[in-house]
Ligand binder design. Structure first.
Ligand SMILES: [Zn+2]
Length: 413
């Protein structure tokens, strides 16, 4: 959390953004005809969302990572210090923990009291609102629309089912869900809900590269995307705001490789994986930037591959928050799926050509004997871009003193 927290709850720092109060009050004033009731609503909604976020925070703590909470215009977000080691099932538990916690602690008791006691007046209103926020909205939060909790759960379920993250599919499903929710909202006079899901559509159109020139990066955002130029943008670090390489987020497509990473990849190329690993381990120790730590993790996987330690590479890869498509493809090849892996790699090296891993991948397949297959895949595509990439492979090889291989690629096209 970059700025000072306003309070600590159970050891979790909590920060309130101005927009949180504004939007809570706005909804309160629309629903209540008296400023006192509106303030009561704000109090209940603040308390309920805090309980929801604490559900996420305790789930993270259970899995060994601390987190911080921010309350913003559209609810709250809980950001883990490091969630890279969490597996898909654990991420699902963390994502579901918010809604489940508020339902059990607040929504269900309110509902039981409403049924057994059926109070009138102020008490009745409080119970009704608690039920509304902690059951109805908690369920709305679980519909598959990213970046809400339900969207994350859907994303991880797809991952569990297919073995890979499918950001495009997640965005499309999120848009379809949002359209349905807008219709439901408008038919029932729930303007805020319609507005919220309108915003979800905007975010996901951005991820698909249809509106704006980059994704709308929001807290709890997940999933990379391909922009209109076919450049692959890595997923945001889970539950954190903006920025891949610590910049403002605006210059995402002009990634800068930090010095240590340049040195790490250079060590790999000069066949010194242990040195590369040292560079990366240093970065993990000293850098606070999520993007740099992620890149360091990637260097470590490459280092293990260089040392023919597929077992270690697999374990480290599992821990990576969002590996490049390139590295995913290489591991697929290494784990026995030559054809699927190389086909994926042909797409990945084009989409991620500005990532240092794409050069590493070319050298790696050259060593592992899959170079011809990769070039074949690219040529079979037949597009000028793919052909251009074959030329690029040729120059990568000759730049790394692999003139025989480079000549062989030249003969192929
Ligand atoms: Zn949540």
């Amino acid at each position: 959390m970059p700025r000072e927290p306003h309070l600590h709850a159970f050891g979790f720092p909590v920060r309130f953004e101005l927009w949180f109060w504004i939007s809570a009050l706005f909804i309160g004033l629309r629903g209540a005809d008296h400023i006192g009731y509106a303030l009561l609503w704000v109090g209940l909604v603040t308390f309920s969302i805090l309980v929801h976020e604490l559900g996420h925070a305790f789930a993270y703590r259970h899995y060994g990572t601390e987190s911080s909470i921010s309350m913003h215009g559209l609810g709250g977000a809980t950001r883990a210090e490091s969630a890279g080691h969490l597996h898909a099932k654990q991420r699902i538990v963390v994502s579901a923990a918010g809604a489940v916690t508020e339902m059990i602690l607040l929504g269900l008791p309110a509902w039981i009291l409403m049924q057994t006691w059926s109070p009138f007046g102020l008490a009745g209103l409080v119970l009704q609102w608690l039920f509304w926020i902690n059951v109805v909205w908690a369920l709305v939060n679980l519909v598959p629309a990213s970046p809400m909790d339900g969207g994350h759960i859907f994303d991880e379920l797809v991952y569990l089912k297919t073995g890979e993250h499918k950001p495009t599919l997640v965005s499309k499903v999120s848009i379809a869900t949002s359209v349905v929710m807008i219709v439901i909202g408008l038919l029932n006079g729930l303007t805020f809900m319609a507005f919220l899901f309108g915003y979800m559509i905007y975010i996901n159109l951005g991820r698909l590269g249809i509106v704006g020139n980059q994704a709308s990066l929001t807290p709890n955002d997940a999933g990379g995307y391909l922009d209109r130029n076919g450049t692959y943008h890595s997923p945001e670090p889970r539950t954190s705001k903006r920025s891949i390489f610590g910049g403002s987020g605006k210059s995402e497509s002009k990634k800068v490789t930090p010095d240590w990473a340049g040195a790490g990849f250079a060590s790999l190329r000069s066949n010194n994986p242990r040195e590369a690993m040292e560079h990366a381990a240093n970065a993990i120790r000293t850098s606070k930037k999520v993007g740099e730590r992620r890149l360091a993790g990637e260097v470590i996987v490459w280092s293990w591959l260089h040392q023919n330690r597929l077992d270690r590479a697999n374990v480290m890869f599992e821990d990576l928050d969002s590996p490049t498509l390139t590295l995913q493809a290489i591991l697929r090849v290494e784990n026995g799926d030559d054809h699927g892996g190389i086909a994926q790699l042909a797409a990945a090296v084009q989409a991620e050509s500005d990532h240092p891993s794409s050069i590493e991948a070319v050298l790696h397949v050259t060593r592992s004997g899959h170079l011809k297959m990769l070039v074949g895949c690219l040529l079979a595509e037949g597009t000028p871009a793919a052909k251009g990439h074959v030329v690029r492979i040729e120059s990568i090889l000759s730049a790394n003193n692999l003139s025989n291989e480079s000549a062989e690629v030249a003969r192929l096209h």
